[in-house]
Design a protein around this ligand. Structure first.
Ligand code: NAD
Ligand code: ZN
Length: 351
């Protein structure tokens, strides 16, 4: 088969590789019908994720059709259309049973991390992929849900909802500020209304991203390039600050923006993946009763979000900006990597 192979920092190619085979009785082999590229893949290519070894097939998002199942797979069968969760989890270990799929103890790399696809084992930017723990890691796709919409459920919608909205403890009437309106920040914006957010303020440097934020549910958009972003947010909250500030970029400056925007007693939900340490001014924060949360997505809400997508209750259509053929994946990385020029958000790759 063909697959997008990582050959070390800065080097990738669309190569001929051996077809994946069933290894464990809990595995499935899935034909990838649609996949996409994530910001994390760009981090890997920069060499920021040293746990990815040379020769690894990238990708952790996908929708496909099952070609083969191991003897102990019970929930799925050959021919089923499925969503591939970015988290592979056994469903029965201590952490899985407490809802922490992202720390599944049965993971193959023995890392204690559920994100193994396109990281510790071969991923979804390929014609075929082997999915471990298929029962718990694949989700049946109803006919009325398109591949385009389903693909957002592999990673970004659960990430925005679980780590932004749920960890941020959004409740009815809240004002939520989301710093960073990339795919993940937009997923926070699109799902904040599920818990009754009254105002959702999108903050980004890129006007195109702010326009998209409005389309998926932001009530207000503010450019962080403007010197008065903080005043603008405070004027929307009677001068108090926001109830929930969500960091969806992954740099110290935007974490600090969230700390500046939250009101006393509010929540800062950090979703961004940080490459370097962030200053935490506990000496000032403790007396403001701020709750700070963070985490790796579990995808435990994937099934629930799928029901909402199936009933057209989430604005998923705006996320897909580009469509290309799977074997154009190298060009797709160029398009996705130059989002400021191409206005790419999610680049869909289909067989
Ligand atoms: P992205 O790079 O596509 O989007 C980031 C957005 O932030 C862009 O729109 C950019 O214009 C904006 N931005 C940059 N600097 C800014 C600033 N100073 N002020 C305001 N906006 C600014 O990233 P993404 O794919 O949306 O992912 C967002 C973050 O979430 C990344 O760090 C990613 O690694 C992380 N992530 C976390 C999880 C998790 O489980 N916690 C899962 C997936 C992704
Ligand atoms: Zn487990």
């Amino acid at each position: 088969m063909k697959a997008l192979v990582y050959h070390g920092p800065g080097i990738k190619s669309w190569d001929d590789v051996p077809d994946p085979k069933l290894i464990d009785a809990t595995d499935a082999i899935v034909r990838v019908d649609t996949t996409t590229i994530c910001g994390t893949d760009l981090h890997i290519l920069k060499g920021d994720v040293p746990t990815v070894s040379e020769g690894r097939i990238l990708g952790h998002e996908g929708v496909g059709t099952i070609l083969e199942v191991g003897t102990s797979v019970r929930n799925h069968t050959v021919g089923d259309r499925v969503i591939i969760s970015c988290i592979s989890s056994c469903g029965v270990c201590t952490y899985c049973r407490s809802g922490n799929f992202s720390h599944c103890l049965a993971d193959e790399g023995s890392s204690g991390i559920g994100w193994i696809l396109g990281h510790l084992i071969d991923g979804t930017q390929a014609e075929l992929v082997r999915i471990p723990f298929a029962d718990n890691s694949l989700y049946q796709l109803p006919n009325q849900v398109s591949d385009d919409a389903a693909l957002l459920l592999s990673d970004i919608l659960p990430t925005g909802f679980e780590i932004g909205v749920q960890y941020g403890r959004v409740k009815p009437g809240d004002t939520v500020a989301v710093v960073g309106a990339g795919p993940v920040g937009l997923a926070v914006i699109a799902t904040a209304g599920l818990y009754g957010a009254a105002q959702v303020i999108a903050i980004d440097l890129d006007q195109n991203r702010l326009d998209l934020a409005k389309q998926v549910g932001a009530t207000h958009c503010i450019s962080s390039g403007a010197g008065d972003w903080k005043e603008q947010v405070f004027s929307l909250t009677d001068g108090y600050g926001v109830d929930v500030a969500v960091e969806a970029v992954g740099i110290p400056a935007t974490f600090d923006m969230c700390i500046q925007l939250v009101r006393p007693g509010g929540n800062v939900a950090n979703v961004g993946v940080h490459g370097k340490s962030v200053q935490l001014d506990l000496q000032d924060l403790w007396i403001k009763n701020i709750n700070i949360s963070m985490g790796l997505v579990n995808t435990t809400t994937l099934g629930m979000l799928l029901k909402l997508v199936a009933q057209q209750k989430l604005p998923v259509d705006q996320f897909v900006t580009h469509r290309m053929a799977l074997d154009d994946v190298v060009a797709a990385y160029e398009t996705f990597g130059n989002a400021a020029q191409t206005h790419a958000l999610k680049v869909l790759l289909s067989r």
